[in-house]
Ligand binder design. Sequence first.
Ligand code: GA4
Length: 332
Amino acid sequence: MVVASPTKTHSEEHLTIELPTVDLSGDRSMVSNLIVKACEEYGFFKVKNHGVPHDIIAKMEKESFNFFAKPFDEKQKVELAKPLGYGCKNIGFKGDIGEGETSLPSLIFNGTRRLGACYNRNFIYYGRNVCSAVSAYIEAVRELACELLDLMAEGLRIPDRSVFSRLIRDGDSDSLVRLNHYPPMPLLCKDKDSSTCNQNKVGFGEHSDPQILTILRSNDVGGLQISLHDGAWVPVTPDPATFCVNVGDLLQVMTNGRFVSVRHKALTNSYKSRMSMAYFAGPPLNARIAVPPEMITPTKPALYKPFTWAEFKKAAFALRLGDRRLGLFRME
Ligand code: GA4
């Protein structure tokens, strides 16, 4: 098995980090240990030999580009099914926008049971091709998410290996696919008189993902940055051959804080379009999110109160994008 260990280099003024890349075709127990280590240290890792067929990814990317290339009026029709529709610039309901003049067209599909995407009324507007691409993509990426969650349980030595993946496999799982398109945006000058105009505009501001796990695939245009322990922002190198996986808030809770739901953001590129497709693996709305007993010890008592995903989601949507929501659920 090949594992690229994280390396840090100082290139000009930027700190870059290569996230650990886990080869899923490797020895199972090694793979599960590496995933656990990455989730503890970075909350992020990349996977290769992930088993999601290339043609499914390619079709999804093609349909996404086709959709975003449509005239604004056409895309806006999809906005009807808020919050699962098309959105430009606006994020959530609390006034967050993709900063600057950037537009952030994003469309979110409801990836629920039985190829649920096809049953979503948005498809009246998206059309048959998008529908079939998204359905196939959701099925394949959900499989990958479940496999990764099983590996995490194994690596954490939790005897019930499907303790996390069960929540995603459930027919009522509240999972989503989100397609983000960041059109090229000219660099921002911090200071008009300065010759150093090198600030990329923010396409999607700093936040953590509320769900269990996120599986992200982007084209070869960079933009994703993650916040390290010391608060420094580090760019993640784009790699269309891998998926970038990150721990969500719920997984931080269910691992009693061992895994970290790390803050991240997406910057626009000054001359190329960035396209990303994120699958957010979430549990059913009524699922009770609690820590498996194995994650609690006398020295590490439960950090969070039990709650349902519906309660957590409501709290997340009532806050701003960048607000820290986990604090609301901490034990007193
Ligand atoms: C972040 C992760 C997903 O993109 C998302 C986002 C959602 C939205 O865009 O409507 C949220 C954001 C995300 C976190 C806090 C709330 C909800 C905007 C916002 C202010 C679809 C999700 O599930 O949570």
